[in-house]
Design a protein around this ligand. Structure first.
Ligand code: UDP
Length: 578
């Protein structure tokens, strides 16, 4: 029996749910309410318990999961919300597929990509195994066209798969820095037309980064023979990377050796790629489902002082990890290889959204050293609790099948999940939850959000700011038009310093602070952290170079920058008067 639920959804949240998530009939009329959607998801995921518990307990978990989601304390990634209890039944956002160096291998990967993307999953690939451009093709005595040319086929296929009208396909393409075609790869997106369905990242190695430090050459390796076929000056390659990223945002860097140092199952394979937004390094054929805790709901007031509600956070982490482990059982998989790999490692990615809102409510500026401390404390706690509950689940249900031979066997820790934590962008689910995205600072206080939903534009004035303006008794009728016009508070008269300090926005924050926050989270996240280092339009290329170098020194697994206005279409735009 369904009960009436009290879900506090904003207008934008409803728009998103209607556009993408709620079921429609043959005439495209919506035939599902948000309440029914959450009931369906909770029921489907609780069925993941069926192997271990009684029907009464399944019902207990169904009610727990329903409460977890409808309170907006936690939301799973979009595919879980869209597909649970529905015919596709595919629940994960993140996939990595192998690309072998043969026609069969390449087109098999294109097909598998299509099967994943039509279910709403994002796909990552390493193209490093493909022989370089101009290499011999034995069967035809012709010349190979190289990784970049084949990537265009993947890109074109993605362009034509509309994911059932729900979500556009997203790809990550990785090429190792020592692949002979690396220069073509780095500059592939400079024309603003090619590979638009790809984020591209250079797979940087320790050897390359050290050559960069010493201003020396490094070797290019032929992927088939393993032999050195040329040398490049690390600084020249790095300069090309930096200028391309400065101009278009691509490529980012993935630090492959750093990633593999924390690969939990090195004996199963080496990690060569991540999902599209970089938060989940995966082995070929692995998938991972994500979920995010809404930090803006993990606060309580004691004698008028807001602080983190650690008890509630603990309870939420425990339920969320169980939920994500159940998703692995409850989901359907696009191809058998993915099901096998995913169920062998049982990776999940629990993270958070609303970090910027949490800071504001605690009275901490994102641009301050205290923000780094809060980041560190929150994530350490989530990490420790996730580890504890994954151990308990292992005691109830068994360790993940690849546990033997994993780093956890070496450490004597029995775990249900090879990884447990990740920071996702939460691009859509943070709109549903009505909070700030992932660990990002507020992008702007007033902005239009275009391209998120095909053909729709959302105008937003941050509701939290409205709340604070009212709290200070300010005349919002006078101030709001000014904020809308300027897209920020800096030059608006009559705003108290405290509000200006708390409502600092992304482009006002120095890149070093963005990196410090990313690093604080990364220290306690076993997968990776999705973060964009947003830079003002007039940023010099040398600053991008500095950010990329520091990211490596700080032990990050990857870095993505975006200079405002450097793409013709961008997701977030400042102001609405422009
Ligand atoms: N993703 C995708 N297509 C999209 C957005 C996201 O395939 O249009 C995948 C991608 O792997 C990304 C992951 O979903 O890294 C998580 O993205 P996000 O947190 O923004 O998704 P949400 O759950 O909020 O929709």
């Amino acid at each position: 029996m369904q009960t009436m639920l009290e879900i506090k959804l904003s207008k934008n949240a409803l728009k998103v749910l209607e556009a993408r998530y709620l079921k429609r009939d043959a005439e495209r009329r919506i035939i599902e309410t948000p309440e029914e959607l959450f009931h369906l998801v909770a029921g489907c995921i609780a069925q993941g318990e069926a192997m271990w518990v009684s029907p009464q307990q399944i019902d207990h978990w169904r009610r727990e999961y329903l409460e977890l989601m409808t309170s907006l304390d936690f939301l799973p990634n979009s595919p879980t919300l869209m597909n649970a209890g529905k015919p596709l039944g595919q629940l994960s956002a993140c996939f990595v597929l192998p690309v072998e160096d043969s026609m069969e291998g390449i087109f098999e990967a294109v097909k598998q990509m299509a099967l994943v993307q039509r279910t709403g999953g994002g796909t990552g690939f390493s193209f490093s195994r493909l022989r370089p451009k101009g290499d011999l093709v034995a069967s035809t005595s012709g010349e190979a066209s190289g990784p970049v040319s084949f990537m265009k086929i993947f890109d074109c296929a993605t362009e034509n798969i509309k994911q059932g009208g729900k979500r556009r396909g997203a790809n990550m393409g990785v090429l190792r820095v020592d692949h002979p075609d690396i220069m073509e790869f780095i500059t592939a997106k400079l024309d603003g037309v090619t590979l638009q369905n790809f984020n591209i990242s250079v797979g940087a190695t320790d050897t390359f980064m050290k050559a960069l430090e010493q201003d020396s050459d490094y070797e290019l390796i032929h992927p088939r023979t393993g032999k050195c076929v040329g040398r490049l000056r690390a600084n020249a390659v790095f300069d090309t990377i930096v200028h391309a990223a400065w101009r278009t945002g691509d490529p980012g860097l993935l630090f492959l050796d750093t990633i593999n140092r924390s690969n939990p199952t090195p004996r199963v394979g080496e990690i060569e790629a991540t999902n599209p937004c970089g938060e989940i390094p995966l082995l070929p054929y692995e998938s991972c489902n994500l979920g995010s805790i809404n930090l803006s709901r993990m606060i309580h007031e004691r004698q008028g002082h807001p602080s983190v509600d650690w008890q509630k956070l603990r309870a939420t982490v425990r339920k969320a990890i169980r939920f994500l482990d159940d998703v692995i059982e409850a989901g359907r998989y696009p191809i058998p290889e993915i099901e096998r790999m995913t169920k062998s490692n049982r990776k999940v990615g629990l993270g958070l959204m609303g970090f910027a809102e949490l800071l504001i409510r605690l009275g901490v500026s994102y641009a301050s050293p205290e923000a780094v401390t809060v980041a560190e404390n929150i994530m350490r706690f989530i990490d420790e609790e996730s580890l504890a509950i994954s151990q308990e689940l292992a005691a109830e249900r068994g360790v993940f099948p690849n546990w033997k031979g994993s780093v956890y066997e070496d450490r004597g820790i029995q775990l249900r999940n090879a990884t447990r934590t990740a920071i996702a962008p939460t691009g859509t689910i943070s709109i549903i939850a009505g909070t700030s995205a992932g660990i990002e600072p507020l992008f702007a206080l007033a902005y239009k959000r275009s391209h998120v939903l095909d053909g729709q534009t959302l105008y937003e004035l941050n509701p939290l700011l409205l709340e604070y303006l009212a709290r200070y008794g300010l005349d919002t009728n006078k101030i709001i038009p000014e904020i809308l016009e300027r897209g920020g508070l800096k030059d608006v008269d009559g705003i108290p310093g405290e509000i200006k300090r708390l409502f600092v926005t992304s482009l006002e924050i120095p890149f070093e602070q963005h990196l410090r926050i990313q690093a604080a989270f990364q220290r306690h996240v076993d997968n990776s952290v999705s973060k964009t280092i947003n830079l003002p339009h007039d940023t010099a290329p040398s600053l991008v170079a500095e950010a990329y170098r520091q990211a490596w020194e700080m032990g990050l697994k990857g870095i993505t920058i975006y200079r405002y206005g450097s793409k013709q279409t961008q997701v977030l735009e400042l102001g609405v008067g422009e």
